[in-house]
Structures are given as structure tokens and as C-alpha cells.
Design a protein around this ligand. Structure first.
Ligand code: ATP
Ligand code: MG
Length: 567
């Protein structure tokens, strides 16, 4: 490729709407351009990087025994109705009708399509296991697309789905996928952690996320010194022992204007952890749920969903809260609600403790409430977000880091095969639902995550395997025929090698701009035919990541680059 022919609109200025460095650099280096909110075009250099990453993913998936397919992006609504996700998935699912008024959606993920396909053709255990993958565009109408291709609405994902006779057989493929993912992200020289994303009670399913560590990551990871790590969504907490104690009789007290835990704590001169926070949620079946947490804790919605056996939930609206409790938020509590309401207590709140709760009456709280005695509550659950410093059930205390979720592997079990009624004949001649696993990697997000980790003030620093071109042959003075001849010669020689090479033959710009572009785009090696060449006949090689510079004879260029890039 010659730079003079390349469509690469680089920018000096940082785009205003780009919050994170990977987004800024992908725009500035001419890799992507926005088409609409969360929808991007990949330009030639961006696409080359994407294709390099896809090639790594393909290689490792094929090696791990998965076979490639390509499923439709436009998915019949009837498949999603079969799995019941048509109603559950929410507004991220972009639904539409065709000219015959049939429902369709743009696939945000493909469990339904693949379960229908495999389930319709695989009939016997003898044909199992099977593992298929695709690299394809997904659409999720994200409420807040941001960070460029990191959280976009349209994005490319590698998604794989495996089908098994038994959970034990799924374990084998799950492990193989785990190992393949480690190889994929290691080849990209990413620093990453594999964290527990276990969704708890849903059928004993296991799930792990691959997190690229970055301060700008949207996910919080809690880890202990012993090496255990979990997404904050999944990090379990330890129950705080429930004391046996005598508590005085409940007493309503006037607490004017104390709508928040902090205001109440100040008013009562108590610390927030001694108070109870009451939240109201509504399930998909319109049932109200009251959640009691310690005043200084926050609700973990995925944990709540698990306690409710996977039922969807949302925070109640103010009007609903008034309807259930008879008062606006700030004075809610488990005693004397207007409507019956299931109460779930977090296991940091003592059922036998001497507690203060809202009275379901304006400007009023009740002190000396004992939940076991006054509300008949007997169970506690892990419902809160763990925080740094908390004890972990796996031992040690949590500390917090941030990460970007680039991959996710999941044991689905028979969730989709049961819902969609897809079975096979097992070794005993009985029909059984397929046991499934699914495995995703965000292609664009991984590339962006790589930039988050590998950049400096001048621009991107690509790891060798992802670089759009490995070597940028820069001819400082294209009008000098001697320089041009050496540049052409080296360019041709490098094209015959394993290194992807671009020739900066642009004659209308200064060499300074060529260097700036090379640094911004982040080619691992610059090969400069310039002043040194005129003086000594040597060319200068510059390594992007370390800044190392050496002058070598043209016939030593390839061996030097080999020694730099082959590890
Ligand atoms: P998140 O929690 O970040 O919304 P998710 O858990 O919903 O992601 P999965 O359904 O597990 O995502 O999808 C598999 C992979 O697809 C993710 O690990 C991520 O790398 C990628 N991905 C998901 N959503 C997006 C998005 N909006 N933009 C870019 N990549 C995405
Ligand atoms: Mg995920």
C-alpha cells in the first residue's frame, strides 16, 4: 500500500465528543468515523486492524474445534417469541415488521437462531458435541452508546454456541473455549483478568468474563490477594452474624424532611450503617418487592434477579411506590404497607437487631424495630453490591480495579433448548434437551481496549499482531531520485517478507507530518530514508514502542525488523 493512495483522514485535534483515549485516537488516526450515535464506519486502516483480530479469533476458534457459520442478522420474531425473550429483552432489541406485517428483529445475540438450526438437524447423541461460531454484526439499541466502538449500537461480535449430551461434556468445551480465549488475548499482548461472572442460582450455570484492565473500564472488578476475581455484579458477600438480643417496643418518631439515609443519620446522630434502606422494585409479573439493605449499602440488581429465579425486575416509579407504601420515598419501611408486598432482606441486616425503618408516613420513622419479631421475617439473602474492604466468601478481602469486558463464556444448560423444545435421542434412547454453552468476544471493543492499554502522548502503539501495517517506509524527500529508489527497493523487499508494509511516498507534505502520522497511527517500525541515508547510505529504523533507533545498511533492514518483532 502506498500512503499517497490511502484514505486515512488523520486529525490533529482531539474530537470533542470523544471521552476516552481509544475513541479519540481511533478518530484521530483515521480508523473510524461516526455515522449516527453508536454506529460507525471502519475506514481502511481500521478495517485492517479489525480483520487482523478476526484472523486471530478464527485461527484459535478453528484450532479449538469450532466451525464457522454465518447466521442471518435479521431474525424472525417468532424465534424470539418461542424463547420468550421477545417480551423480556427490552428496548435494546430493535423490532420491526416487513411488508407482510411479520415481526422481525436485528439480532443482538443468536441463541434462538442457532438453537432452532442445530435443534432441527441434530437428532442423535452420536452427532454431539458440536460447536459453531460466527463473526458477525449485532445490533443492540443501547440506551447510552459511548466510547466509540467500545459501547456502540451496531458492533461486530464473535459468538460461538456449543451443543452437548451432558453437562460434563459441556464442561470440556467450556474449558477449551476458556483456553482459546486466553490464547487470543495473549496474542494481542493485552493485560487481562478472567473474572467470575457467575449468575448464582440460575441452574448452577457458570460464567466467566475476560476483562482487559483499564482505568477507563466500565466494569468494576473485585479481587482478593488469593487471586479470586469477580465482576462486582457477581462478587458475593459474607453474611453478617445475626445477634440474639432484646429490643424495646417499636416507636414512631418525627423525622421531618429526612428523605435520605444521610439526612436521617445526621438527624438521629447515628451512622448510616445502623439504619435500614428500603427500596421498591416491580417484577415482570407486576409484583411489588420490598428490599431492605443496610443504610450504607447499595442493591445489586443481578443478585435480586437471581433470588427471584431469574425474573426481570425494575425500580418502581414514584406513583407505584405511593400506591404500595402510601408515602413517597424517604419514609418507606416494611411495617403497615398499603398493599401486601414480598420483603427481601440483605444478609448484612440483622433480623434480630434494633433497627430504624421508615413508617410509610410522611416525616416519620419507627425506631426499635426487630424484623424477626415485628415483620415475621426469617430469611436473608445476598442482595447488595460488595465494596472494597469487604470480606470475600472465597477468603481475603476485596480490592477494586476496573476493566473492559471483551469476552464472555457461559454455560447455558438447557435454558434455550427447553424453551424452544429442541431435543435429541440420548445414548439410552430417550429424548433429552440439548445442553448448551455460549461464548462471545467483542471484536471492535477488543481493538479499542488494546488502544486503551497501548498508547502514548503521540498516538497508538500497536502490538505486532494487530498493527494495520508493521513497517512504514518513510521517504523523507520523494523528489530525491536516490531516496525514492532506496525506498522503492526496501518497500518491495519488505512486501516479500512476512511484514505488512506501507510506503509513505507522499510528495506534497513535510517529513515532519509523515513522522507525526506514523506515530499517531502507531506502526510498530518506521524505516526512514532521509538525511542519514544521504550521508552514509544507511537507513534509520525506529521502534514505536521503545523509541529505539538504529542506522543499518539497507540489506540489514529485514533482519533488524525480524529481531525486533519476532518474539
Ligand atoms: P455489557 O455488559 O458490556 O453490556 P454484555 O454482557 O451485554 O456486555 P455479551 O452479551 O456478553 O455482552 O456480549 C459478548 C461480547 O460482546 C461482550 O463481552 C463485549 O465484548 C461485546 N459487546 C457487548 N455489547 C457491546 C456493545 N454495545 N458494543 C461493543 N461491543 C459489545
Ligand atoms: Mg457479558
Amino acid at each position: 500500500m502506498k500512503f499517497s493512495n490511502l484514505f486515512v483522514p488523520t486529525l490533529k485535534e482531539t474530537p470533542k465528543d470523544a471521552e476516552v483515549v481509544s475513541h479519540q485516537l481511533m478518530i484521530r488516526a483515521g480508523l473510524i468515523r461516526k455515522s449516527a450515535a453508536g454506529i460507525y464506519s471502519y475506514l481502511p486502516l481500521g478495517l485492517r486492524v479489525i480483520q487482523k483480530f478476526e484472523a486471530i479469533v478464527r485461527e484459535e476458534m478453528n484450532k479449538a474445534g469450532a466451525q464457522e457459520v454465518l447466521l442471518p442478522m435479521v431474525v424472525p420474531g417468532k424465534l424470539w417469541k418461542k424463547s420468550a425473550r421477545w417480551d423480556q429483552y427490552g428496548r435494546e432489541l430493535l423490532r420491526f415488521t416487513d411488508r407482510k406485517n411479520q415481526d422481525f428483529c436485528l439480532g443482538p445475540t443468536h441463541e434462538e437462531v442457532i438453537t432452532e438450526l442445530i435443534g432441527s438437524h441434530i437428532t442423535s447423541y452420536k452427532q454431539l458435541p458440536i460447536n459453531v461460531y460466527q463473526i458477525q454484526t449485532k445490533f443492540r439499541d443501547e440506551i447510552r452508546p459511548r466510547f466509540g466502538v467500545m459501547r456502540s449500537r451496531e458492533f461486530v461480535m464473535k459468538d460461538a454456541y456449543s451443543f452437548h449430551e451432558t453437562p460434563e461434556d459441556l464442561d470440556l468445551t467450556y474449558e477449551a473455549m476458556h483456553k482459546a480465549y486466553v490464547r487470543i488475548f495473549e496474542r494481542c499482548q493485552l493485560r487481562f483478568k478472567v473474572v467470575n461472572a457467575d449468575s448464582g442460582s440460575i441452574g448452577g450455570s457458570e460464567s466467566a468474563e475476560f476483562m482487559v484492565t483499564a482505568d477507563t473500564g466500565e466494569d468494576e472488578i473485585l479481587e482478593t490477594d488469593s487471586g479470586y476475581a469477580a465482576n462486582v455484579e457477581a462478587a458475593e458477600t459474607v453474611a453478617i452474624p445475626d445477634p440474639e438480643m432484646e429490643v424495646g417496643q417499636p416507636e414512631a418518631i418525627n423525622t421531618p424532611g429526612t428523605k435520605t439515609i444521610d439526612a436521617l443519620a445526621t438527624f438521629l446522630n447515628k451512622s448510616p450503617e445502623t439504619l435500614v434502606k428500603t427500596l421498591i422494585y416491580i417484577t415482570d409479573d407486576q409484583e411489588p418487592i420490598m428490599i431492605l439493605l443496610r443504610g450504607d449499602h447499595t442493591l445489586n440488581e443481578p443478585k435480586l434477579k437471581n433470588v427471584l429465579n431469574g425474573k426481570g425486575v425494575r425500580p418502581a416509579k414514584e406513583a407505584e411506590i405511593v400506591d404500595i407504601c402510601g408515602v413517597t420515598p424517604g419514609f418507606l419501611g416494611p411495617l403497615k404497607t398499603q398493599k401486601p408486598c414480598q420483603v427481601l432482606v440483605d444478609h448484612s441486616v440483622p433480623l434480630n437487631g434494633d433497627l430504624t425503618v421508615g413508617a410509610n408516613e410522611l416525616d416519620t420513622h419507627i425506631v426499635h424495630v426487630q424484623l424477626s419479631r415485628d415483620c415475621g421475617l426469617t430469611e436473608r439473602y445476598d442482595l447488595r453490591n460488595a465494596v472494597p474492604g469487604d470480606e470475600s466468601p472465597q477468603g481475603g478481602t476485596y480490592k477494586s480495579t476496573r476493566g473492559i469486558e471483551v469476552g464472555h463464556i457461559f454455560k447455558l444448560g438447557d435454558k434455550y433448548s427447553l424453551a424452544m423444545d429442541k431435543t435429541f435421542l440420548n445414548a439410552n434412547g430417550k429424548t433429552a434437551p440439548f445442553i448448551m454453552g455460549c461464548y462471545g468476544i467483542g471484536i471492535g471493543r477488543t481493538v479499542a481496549a488494546s488502544i486503551e492499554q497501548c498508547h502514548d502522548e503521540k498516538g497508538i502503539v500497536w502490538p505486532t499482531e494487530l498493527a494495520p501495517f508493521h513497517v512504514d517506509v518513510i521517504v523523507a524527500k520523494p523528489k530525491d531520485p536516490e531516496h525514492t529508489a532506496i525506498g522503492d527497493q526496501l518497500y518491495k523487499a519488505l512486501l516479500d517478507s512476512q511484514w505488512d508494509t506501507i510506503l509513505d511516498d507522499r510528495s506534497d507534505i513535510s517529513v515532519g507530518v509523515k513522522f507525526k502520522d506514523a506515530e499517531l497511527i502507531g506502526f510498530p517500525v518506521q524505516c526512514v530514508i532521509g538525511k542519514i541515508t544521504s550521508e552514509t547510505g544507511e537507513v534509520e529504523l525506529i521502534k514505536r514502542d521503545t523509541g529505539d533507533r538504529v542506522s543499518v545498511k539497507p540489506d540489514q533492514v529485514l533482519s533488524t525488523i525480524n529481531s525486533w518483532l519476532i518474539t
